[in-house]
Design a protein around this ligand. Structure first.
Ligand SMILES: *Cc1c(COP(=O)(O)O)cnc(C)c1O
Length: 355
C-alpha cells in the first residue's frame, strides 16, 4: 500500500466510547472520537492529521458560510465475522469527490491522501465500528472553502475532513413519495451531478411541503419539462415494470451518480434482469400504476442501500404499490449487497477494501 504521506496522530484523552449506547444508535447523532484533517494552502494539500473530534473555529467572513463552496461524500465501513474492517467501494467515493470538487472550483484530493487518511482514521477509531449484524460505521468526507473574504471567487484555502459515526441496524422503513412537478432539484448545466452542499439546501423547502402533506420524500422531475423522473432527495430511484428495471441515465449531469445505483445495476445485469437506463415519464409511471404493471419501486443509496417505496403520489392521486413477494429483485439485491459488504460472499467485483 501507498504510505508516502505523513499523518500526525493526536489521540483523545476523553473517549466517548464507554458512554455510547451501541444498542440504540440513531443516524448521525454520535460522532466517533477522532477526525482526519488536511489543509490546502499555497497551492497544495498539507498538514495531514488525525485529531480528536472537536468544534472548528471560523471567521464570520468564511466563504463557505456565504457562498456554499463545499462538497461532501458518504460511505460505510463494516466488520466481517472475524472482526476485519471492510470498506465498500471507497475508490469510487474518492473519484466522485474529485468530480464534485472540479465542478465547484475546489482543488482535488490526491488519492493517497483520501485513502491513507481514511485508513488511519479507521485504525484509530476501530472500536467505533459496530460488529453487530446490520450495523456499520458511516463515513463523511468533505471539503470546504476557508478564505475569509467577501468577494465572490474560488477560495485560495480549504479544509478536507473525514469524520465518522456508528449507525445501528435499521430495516429501512418503506417510504411514500410524491412526484414533484413544480420545484426543481437540478437543471442541465447546473450542479445536480455534484454532491454539493447547496443542492441540499435548495431541496429542503419543496421536501418540507411534501412532508406536510404526509409524504416522506420527493421524486424529482427534470427542470425543463417536469415530465421525466430523475431521482429522490438522497437516493437514485429504480422501477421494475413488466420485468424490466428502469432508472434514469446520468448522462445529462442532473443526477447524482450513485455508487449503490451502479452496484445494483451491475448485480441486476448478472442476475439476468433487463436493465433499461432511460427516463421514465410521469405519464408512463401513472399508466403503470393504473394498470398494475409496476412491480417494484425503490430508492438506492448508501444510508439505506435499498428503500422500498410503498406509495406514490402523481398529480392529485395516491397509488399504493402491491405487496412484494420475498423473492422480489429488490429484496434479493439487498441481501446480495449486504453479503458482500459483511464479507459473507465472495467479492468478485473488487468492491471491498480491507483496512
Ligand atoms: C448521495 C446521493 C445519492 C446516492 O449515492 P450513493 O453513492 O449510492 O450513496 C443519490 N442521490 C443524491 C442526490 C445523493 O446525494
Amino acid at each position: 500500500m501507498n504510505t508516502t504521506i505523513d499523518i500526525q496522530i493526536k489521540q483523545t484523552s476523553q473517549s466517548k466510547l464507554q458512554g455510547t449506547d451501541f444498542e440504540n444508535l440513531s443516524f448521525g447523532q454520535v460522532m466517533s472520537d477522532h477526525m482526519f484533517v488536511a489543509d490546502y494552502k499555497n497551492g497544495e494539500w498539507q498538514d495531514f492529521r488525525v485529531e480528536p473530534y472537536a468544534p472548528l473555529s471560523l471567521n464570520p467572513a468564511n466563504a463557505t458560510l456565504h457562498y456554499g463552496q463545499s462538497v461532501f461524500e458518504g460511505l460505510k465501513a463494516y466488520k466481517d465475522g472475524n472482526n476485519n474492517v471492510l470498506i465498500f467501494r471507497p475508490d469510487a467515493n474518492q473519484r466522485r469527490l474529485n468530480e464534485s470538487a472540479d465542478r465547484l472550483c475546489i482543488p482535488q484530493i490526491p488519492e493517497d491522501v483520501f485513502m491513507e487518511g481514511l485508513r488511519k482514521l479507521l485504525e484509530v477509531d476501530r472500536e467505533w465500528i459496530p460488529n453487530k449484524p446490520g450495523c456499520s460505521l458511516y463515513i463523511r468526507p468533505f471539503i470546504f472553502a476557508t478564505d475569509d473574504y467577501l468577494g465572490i471567487r474560488p477560495s485560495a484555502t480549504y479544509k478536507f475532513m473525514i469524520f465518522t459515526c456508528p449507525v445501528g441496524h435499521y430495516y429501512a422503513k418503506p417510504v411514500s413519495v410524491k412526484v414533484e412537478t413544480k420545484y426543481t432539484r437540478a437543471a442541465e448545466g447546473g450542479t445536480g451531478q455534484a454532491k454539493a452542499a447547496g443542492n441540499y439546501a435548495g431541496s429542503l423547502y419543496p421536501a418540507q411541503i411534501a412532508q406536510k402533506q404526509g409524504y416522506d420524500q420527493l421524486l424529482w422531475t427534470d427542470g425543463k419539462s417536469h415530465q421525466n423522473i430523475e431521482e429522490s432527495g438522497t437516493m437514485n430511484v429504480m422501477f421494475i415494470i413488466n420485468g424490466s428495471l428502469i432508472t434514469a441515465p446520468t448522462s445529462k449531469g442532473t443526477i447524482l451518480k450513485g455508487i449503490t445505483r451502479d452496484s445494483v445495476l451491475t448485480l441486476a445485469k448478472e442476475k439476468g434482469l433487463k436493465v433499461d437506463e432511460r427516463f421514465l415519464t410521469v405519464s408512463e409511471l401513472k399508466e403503470a400504476l393504473e394498470n398494475n404493471t409496476l412491480q417494484e419501486a425503490f430508492g438506492t443509496g448508501t444510508a439505506a442501500t435499498i428503500a422500498h417505496i410503498y406509495k406514490i403520489n402523481v398529480g392529485d392521486k395516491d397509488y399504493d404499490l402491491p405487496e412484494k413477494p420475498a423473492d422480489s429483485f429488490s429484496y434479493q439485491v439487498l441481501e446480495t449487497l449486504d453479503a458482500i459488504k459483511y464479507g459473507r460472499q465472495e467479492d468478485k467485483h473488487g468492491w471491498i477494501t480491507k483496512v
